[in-house]
Each structure stands twice: as structure tokens, then as C-alpha cells.
Design a protein around this ligand. Structure first.
Ligand code: ADP
Length: 357
């Protein structure tokens, strides 16, 4: 049996998706300690006792340090199904004609790719959202008709690279620019779009794109942690009963690692890379926080990433950011940076933790 409080929380979480709390959500997800960390006797720096209320407390040397509140908190015990339960409503929003952006933000190794891409045994948000999309399309058959196409791209060093038309080297592949085509609509001329008829076709194209990401890089993991990987699902819908048409986009974004790299430690190409990542992640934070506080100026043009997503951030669009964290006390300073970033994005910081008695 669920307690009244659980039911209230569930209702609150469900109502978020119908717009009662605005269009920006932040979910926090913490990965479990891995086998090496357990073997080393690493201690957990996060307390998830109030996770059901969307709260987590960061501890330092066992003492509570700071409490954060998000729209949902998924502790190390949460699985892909739990996470998707709260993410699924975004799929119907896309089919209802809303633009949707889902991001994973955080330090490298905190589970951004696990949450978005997942594994064959534990599918992530990308697979499950697409599956839900095609499931709803099937349910609406006869009343609505949909055309779906997909693109896969990467933003690396402030350059857009089409991953469906991959070259041999990350730097040599087709580079694209963003064009404004009127009424707040942005387009990337020349970006490959593959029409897909069902889940299998869609997944195959997205996998092809993801695989092309590593081509030509000397260290595939390193490259993927230094670039933003973006899947875009474009939807054209027609209501067969009244002839009304909609066009919408779903962006699924696995962001570059947010870890800070000391300027003294990097030089040359790596320094440029680091500066570009910092620039685009802080531009993303600035844009979302300007949208959340309803600022009159939204600085979309400050990075390729925000410029690219401009027509899908703000307005009627729905944004979901996963802030991914590590439970390991050794990662505490990066974890606090990510949590502070996410709080700034939502303007929902709680302040110092209450003293425990
Ligand atoms: P990132 O994309 O942030 O660099 P990854 O998604 O590659 O991080 O995750 C790092 C490692 O941790 C991977 O081996 C991944 O399978 C594992 N991992 C991350 N999150 C979870 C989780 N919630 N449950 C189990 N394993 C996880």
C-alpha cells in the first residue's frame, strides 16, 4: 500500500507534466558505487532518505552539508524503468506538437550515457522514449497520422558534425552551420534526415549515428566525453478528423563531461576543447536559467549548442535535464558543482542542510 504522502508525491510528479509547474524539469540521478570503489572502501557522500520528496543531502565526513531539491531524485537503487516512468509523458508531448529537449549533464563517469543510451540489457531514455512514441502512434492510428524522421549529430569544439554522413576523422567529417529561417525557426541546411517507419528502423539509424561518433578518434571514450551527442526526432502529425497539422522535435542530448580541468594542466588543442565545453555548458545553464526566471533576454547565440536548440528551448517547449552525480565522497567537489549548476538552472536551491538530531 502506498502512503498518502507517496500518493501526493506521485500526483505532484504527474501533474508537472501538464504544465502546472512550468516547462523546465530537473531530475537528479546518482549512480551506484562501482566494484573498484567498493573494494577501496569508498564512502557515500549522498543521503537519499528524502528522495521520494525530491530531496537529497550531501554529506561531508558523515555530517550533512547541504540539501538540494529537484523535481525527482533517483538514488543508486533506481533502475531504468523507474527513471522512465517519470520521463514517459514527454513522448506524448512530442506527438501533441510540443518541442522537447532531454539532456544529461554531469561529470564524466556519472552515468550520462547509461541514462540516455543505456545498454542492451538496461535500455535508457533514448530507446524507451522512441518505443513509447511508436506505441502511442499505434494507439492513435485512424485518428492521427505521423511521419517520423531522425538525425544524429555531434557538437565538438563548437562545430556541428553530421553523424549520419560520417567521414573518417572527427575533424574531417561534414561540418554544418545553423540558419535562421524565420519565425524563430532554425534549420541546419544539409543535415541528413532519415525517414523511419517503425521502432526498429529508428533505433538502427540512431545506433549508426552513435557508432560513427567514435570513428577516427584515437580514444573513443575520451572523445565521447568531450563532445555533445545529439539525437533529433522530427515529427509531422496530422489530425485526420479535423485536418490540423503539427510539427515538433524531440532532442535527446548526451552532454560533454562537466568536470573542471585546471587551466595549468592543459595546453593547445586540449585547452581549446576545454574552453569550448565550458563555454557551451555555461551557455546552456544561462539559457535555461533565463527561461526559468522569465528574463527578457535569452542568450541563445552564445554557443553552437544553445543556438542549435533555440527553437526547442523556451516558449511552449518542454525541457528535462538529468543532473548525473557520483555517490563517492572523493568526487564531492564535482558533485557539488553539478548540483549547484542544476539548482541555478531551476532556481530551487534549499540552502544549508537542517541539523540532524
Ligand atoms: P558518463 O556518460 O557520464 O561518462 P557512463 O554512462 O559511461 O558515464 O557510466 C559510467 C559507468 O557507470 C558505466 O560502466 C555505466 O554502465 C555505469 N553506470 C552509470 N550509471 C549507472 C547506474 N545507474 N546503474 C548501474 N551502472 C551505472
Amino acid at each position: 500500500w502506498k502512503s498518502l504522502k507517496d500518493l501526493q508525491n506521485e500526483l505532484m510528479r504527474k501533474s508537472m507534466h501538464v504544465g502546472s509547474l512550468g516547462n523546465i524539469r530537473v531530475f537528479c540521478r546518482c549512480r551506484p558505487l562501482n566494484t573498484e570503489e567498493i573494494a577501496e572502501g569508498a564512502s557515500m557522500a549522498i543521503d537519499f532518505e528524502a528522495a521520494r520528496d525530491g530531496e537529497l543531502t550531501v554529506k561531508s565526513n558523515g555530517a550533512p552539508k547541504k540539501t538540494f531539491k529537484f523535481d525527482a531524485v533517483f538514488g543508486p537503487q533506481s533502475n531504468q524503468v523507474d527513471v522512465f516512468e517519470d520521463t514517459a509523458p514527454f513522448a506524448s508531448s512530442v506527438l501533441d506538437g510540443y518541442n522537447v529537449c532531454i539532456f544529461a549533464y554531469g561529470q564524466t563517469g556519472t552515468g550520462k550515457t547509461f541514462t540516455m543510451e543505456g545498454t542492451n540489457e538496461a535500455r535508457g531514455v533514448n530507446f524507451r522514449t522512441l518505443e513509447e512514441l511508436f506505441h502511442i502512434i499505434e494507439e492513435r492510428r485512424g485518428q492521427f497520422q505521423y511521419e517520423i524522421s531522425v538525425s544524429v549529430l555531434e557538437v565538438y569544439n563548437e562545430q556541428i558534425r553530421d553523424l549520419l554522413v560520417s567521414g573518417t576523422q572527427p575533424g574531417a567529417a561534414k561540418r554544418l552551420e545553423i540558419r535562421h529561417v524565420g519565425e524563430g525557426i532554425h534549420h541546419v541546411p544539409g543535415l541528413a534526415e532519415a525517414h523511419v517507419n517503425n521502432m526498429n528502423e529508428a533505433w538502427e539509424v540512431l545506433q549508426t549515428g552513435s557508432n560513427a561518433r567514435a570513428v577516427g578518434s584515437t580514444n573513443a571514450n575520451e572523445h565521447s566525453s568531450r563532445s555533445h551527442c545529439i539525437h533529433c526526432v522530427m515529427v509531422k502529425g496530422e489530425n485526420l478528423l479535423n485536418g490540423e497539422c503539427t510539427r515538433s522535435k524531440l532532442w535527446l542530448v548526451d552532454l560533454a563531461g562537466s568536470e573542471r580541468v585546471a587551466k595549468t594542466e592543459v595546453q593547445g588543442e586540449r585547452l581549446k576543447e576545454t574552453q569550448n565545453i565550458n563555454r557551451s555548458l555555461s551557455a546552456l545553464g544561462d539559457v535555461i536559467s533565463a527561461l526559468a526566471t522569465k528574463s527578457p533576454h535569452i542568450p541563445f547565440r552564445n554557443s553552437k549548442l544553445t543556438h542549435l536548440l533555440q527553437d526547442s528551448l523556451g516558449g511552449d517547449s518542454k525541457t528535462l535535464m538529468f543532473v548525473q552525480i557520483s555517490p563517492n565522497e572523493n568526487d564531492l567537489s564535482e558533485t557539488l558543482c553539478s548540483l549547484n549548476f542544476a539548482s541555478r538552472v531551476r532556481g530551487i536551491e534549499l540552502g544549508p542542510a537542517k541539523k540532524q538530531v
